[in-house]
Ligand binder design. Structure first.
Ligand code: SF4
Length: 113
């Protein structure tokens, strides 16, 4: 066994339920308008996009503008984060690595920001 390897202990289901309820209560207190989104993510089967949106909102204390301007380019969610004018993954899928300055008005969030 490697030294300094993190030891992960799976959470017991009851632990998760209690922690989720506590977190949802906290979110409801601080950002009531987001409570529904987090309720869906915690208790239903959310889409991946909704789960990413929730994570990014959680990461930025519910600030969509901060998500749009996020500079943590090494974050695994960065390329698919919500609130981009044109998500990078979509612009690439359309065949163009860059759509800056196009007449469509879409702005590509440049890598290396
Ligand atoms: S993409 Fe940015 S806002 Fe979203 S989770 Fe990563 S660091 Fe946070």
């Amino acid at each position: 066994m490697k030294r300094n390897a993190p030891v992960m202990t799976p959470a017991k289901p009851t632990d998760r339920s209690a922690r989720v309820a506590e977190r949802l209560a906290d979110i409801t207190r601080h950002s009531p308008t987001r409570a529904g989104l987090f309720h869906k993510v915690y208790y239903q089967r959310p889409s991946k996009a909704l789960a990413v949106k929730a994570k990014c909102l959680d990461c930025t204390c519910w600030q969509p503008l901060e998500i749009q301007k996020c500079q943590i380019v090494t974050c695994p969610l960065w390329r698919v984060r919500p609130y981009q004018k044109a998500p990078l993954c979509q612009t690439e899928a359309r065949g163009g690595p860059s759509r800056e300055g196009t007449s469509s008005g879409r702005v590509r969030i440049a890598e290396g920001v």
